[in-house]
Unconditional design. Structure first.
Length: 168
């Protein structure tokens, strides 16, 4: 059988691995996420070292548009201890890298009342480049938060019961 060679999928087809540095869990509780984008982030060397150590806080951070550029504000990346005297400032504004058409789309949506840009997670992609997942979000009221918690609890309970029934 000369023509029936089977191609085996070897180790060439590996899934891209990402290393998540920080997640903004509070964003999913405080906001309804309407849309998501992946953005590059401009960092200095000591910031990258600090990120690789897992030192970052996205809790109080948000993104803002200024002159057709997107900036990450309030993100706390502590100083890298082993760096020299030219260390970075921990809460400095950091530029986010997006395509111009994405920025136009985002700016149009942010103009709507009640919508804001929040960072969802910061990670290193498979090439080792720092990326930020940015979400377009609408704030939740207190009763919306309670409803979301209640629906999560009921879904968890249903999953637990269905899993137990499946075993029996």
């Amino acid at each position: 059988m000369a023509g029936s060679k089977s191609k085996s999928k070897g180790s060439d087809d590996k899934k891209p691995t990402i290393k998540v540095v920080a997640r903004n869990k509070r964003a999913y509780h405080e906001f309804d996420i309407l849309d998501k984008w992946e953005a590059g982030i401009v960092l200095v060397g000591s910031e990258v070292k600090s990120l690789r150590n897992g030192k970052v806080s996205l809790e109080q951070s948000f993104a803002d548009l200024e002159r057709d550029e997107v900036w990450l504000l309030g993100c706390d990346i502590p100083e890298y201890v082993e760096a020299n005297r030219f260390n970075h400032k921990s809460k400095r504004p950091r530029k986010l890298l997006l395509h111009s058409e994405q920025i136009r789309k985002i700016s149009g949506k942010v103009q709507e009342k009640g919508l804001t840009l929040v960072p969802l997670q910061l990670y290193f992609n498979s090439q080792g480049i720092a990326k930020l997942e940015l979400g377009l979000a609408r704030g939740r009221k207190l009763h919306d938060k309670r409803d979301a918690i209640k629906s999560k609890d009921t879904k968890r309970e249903v999953d637990r019961l269905s899993k137990r029934n499946f075993r029996d």
